[in-house]
Structures are given as C-alpha cells and as structure tokens.
Design a protein around this ligand. Sequence first.
Ligand SMILES: NC(=O)c1ccc[n+]([C@@H]2O[C@H](COP(=O)([O-])OP(=O)(O)OC[C@H]3O[C@@H](n4cnc5c(N)ncnc54)[C@H](OP(=O)(O)O)[C@@H]3O)[C@@H](O)[C@H]2O)c1
Length: 365
Amino acid sequence: MPTNTAAWIPARNRPLEVGPAPYTAPGPDEIVVRTHAVAINPLDWVIQVAGRVAYSWLAYPFVLGADLAGEVVEVGTAVTRFRPGDRVLALSAGTDRDANSAAQGAFQQYTVALERLASPIPADLPYTDAAVLPLGLSTAACALFQTGHLGLRHPAADSAPTGETVLVWGGATSVGSNAVQLAVAAGYEVVTTASPHNAGWLTELGASHVLDYRSPTAEKDMIEILRGRTLAGALAIGPGSARACIRIAGASRGNRVVSAATAPVTFENGFSLPRTVAGMLGGGAGMVAAALRHGVRVKFVIGSDLKKNEVGPAIFRDFLPAALAEGRYRALPAASVVGSSLSDIQHAMDLQRKGVSAAKLVVTL
Ligand SMILES: NC(=O)c1ccc[n+]([C@@H]2O[C@H](COP(=O)([O-])OP(=O)(O)OC[C@H]3O[C@@H](n4cnc5c(N)ncnc54)[C@H](OP(=O)(O)O)[C@@H]3O)[C@@H](O)[C@H]2O)c1
C-alpha cells in the first residue's frame, strides 16, 4: 500500500501543515488518484478563514482542495470507466456535508474521488492545465443545466442554435470561463462582463458581447443588448453580480432566472462574525427582495450538486472527455504554476485570496 502525505488544515483558521496521511482504498463507485497537480479555489481559503460559518460541519484535522489532475492507481468494484494508469481530472467533493471526508480532499498525494466526478484527459493535456477545470466547470454546469437553476439544453458536439441568450456576469472568473464555453456548446448566444483586457479571449470562446462590469453604464448597456432577444437565464458571478443580474433579467424577456455563484459575504479581508451575520441577513434578504420586486427567480448554486443528478454524467462522462480530446473545450482560466510541493499550497491559497485576473493558481505534487 502506498504511503500518503497531505497538506492538513489542523483546525479552523490555522495554516496548512504537511504530514503523513492514511492511504484510503476506493469504495465501489470511487477511484484513487495519484495527484500530480492541484488548483486553488476561493473555497479553499474561505473555509480556512471563515470555518465557523463556512462548512462548519468539517471534522478537523481535514484535507481541503477541490481541483486535481493525476493518474488513477486503484478503482472501486463498480467502476468500469477507468483503470489504473489512466490520466484524469477530478472534482474532490470531500468538503460536502454528506461526505465530510479528508480522504477526498485534493491537497494530498493519493486522493479518493467519485467516479462520476472524474473525466479522462487527452495525452497532450498537461496535468497542470487539466487541474484548472473541475470546480469551475462543475459550478457552471450546475447553474446552467440543473432543473431549478437555468435548466438549459445540455452541451454537445454539434448543437443547433437555440435562438436564446445566456447572460454570464463575470466571464473571466474560473466559473465564468467554463460557463461561457458550456453555454456556447449548448447552442446559446452568450453575453458576458469582464475587464476590457479579458474581452479578446472571451470573444474567441464565442461570447457575442463583453461589457466592462466596472462601467457605470454596464447594466443599462446589457439591458439594451438583450432588448429583442430571448433570455435563457443569467449566471451571476462576482461581488454585486446577483443584484445586477436580477435587474437585467427583470428588464428582459424570456426565462427570468438568476443562478448566483457568489455568496453575499466576502472574506478577503478576514472574518468578523457581526459583519458576516449582517452581510448574510442584509445581502441575502436584499437579494431575495430585489428578485421579488423585479419578478425574477434567484437561486444560490452549490458547485458539486451535479453529483446527485443527471448533469454530473452529462458533463464529466458524455461531454468533457470528447470535447477536450477534439479541442472543442479549453482548460481555462490559464494555469499559473506557483509551487511544486504540498508545502507550497498555503502560499498559493494566500495568493488566490489577494485576487487573480483570468488565472488559475496551480501547484504540482
Ligand atoms: N457556489 C459555488 O459552489 C461556487 C463554486 C466556485 C466558485 N464560487 C464563487 O464564484 C466566484 C468566482 O469564483 P472563481 O474561482 O470562478 O473566481 P476567480 O477565478 O478567482 O475570479 C477572478 C476573476 O473575478 C473577476 N471579477 C472580480 N470582481 C468581479 C465583479 N464584481 N464582477 C464580475 N467579475 C469580477 C475578475 O475578472 P476581470 O479579471 O475580468 O476583472 C477576475 O478575473 C467567487 O465568489 C467564488 O466564491 C462559488
């Protein structure tokens, strides 16, 4: 049995510590991956900073990390899609309440992953690039395709145009760059927002309009673009995005649904209980009130929910492997490798917390 090492978070609000970890054999519908690259998500440092309210159920010491790519070393008895030696990417959902499993955290050498949250990757796709995808892809897919969210038609190799338009507010985020690609692949026109320096590559991905979300006229301009079009729904990503999308959807014709990815409270500047409670009550309630006022349905997305429904296999099994192999899907935002060992992950999380622009911070293991 291999020896394993993890970057442990020993308790809430503590820095990661590298140390031995058990090697866990896969359950029937699981695989074990020798992780070669992990990517950092806001979720990782949010849990570290605000563990009293964010994922408060976690049993510490814990292993964080949602995004990984590596080589399969063992498969469960019910797994037919993978075998040892396969190159894969996988979403680690160990922080989910129903998992609460350190064995499923990405920040270790040997990680247990659910078969249905893993995809084979092409031989020419480096692990460092593949690792950027899982949580951004999964969150975008949950928002766009799940019933109860936008409920869009699924992506395919040759989707006929639907004649409808999806608004992705925050297209240069990790979630956004996946949402733009998925919606285009499903046959929707996509309008989005980003800083002007990110407009070029978002247009290359298929976005028809890219507005600067900092412009004071961004909302008005977006409403103007959508006039005469049929809205298929909006995905709100980034601070302030939910309110903007609610107002835009409320002024548009079509499916007036907003799927919100960003929580009403942010923790870049640390955790304060009064500020968090005020933000949750004010921000959350304010969002619901605004939605009611504008005749819009708004729902917060949980990025791993597709493991419970048909969207998981539709993306990780039926769409992504062929789309990557045929060059129809790009691993974005571009990987920026900022470390080469488990002991570099804390630094990478600190860098992510300071903010990135269209970049996914990656550490090789
Ligand atoms: N609910 C879930 O399950 C779930 C899962 C994953 C992520 N999230 C949340 O989704 C958000 C994005 O996460 P991520 O990992 O995709 O982010 P990320 O890649 O770290 O986002 C960085 C990008 O955010 C963009 N941005 C900053 N402020 C913005 C604003 N006000 N409006 C629109 N875009 C803005 C910037 O775009 P420019 O460079 O163009 O300025 C930057 O490129 C975070 O709030 C995260 O917590 C939620």
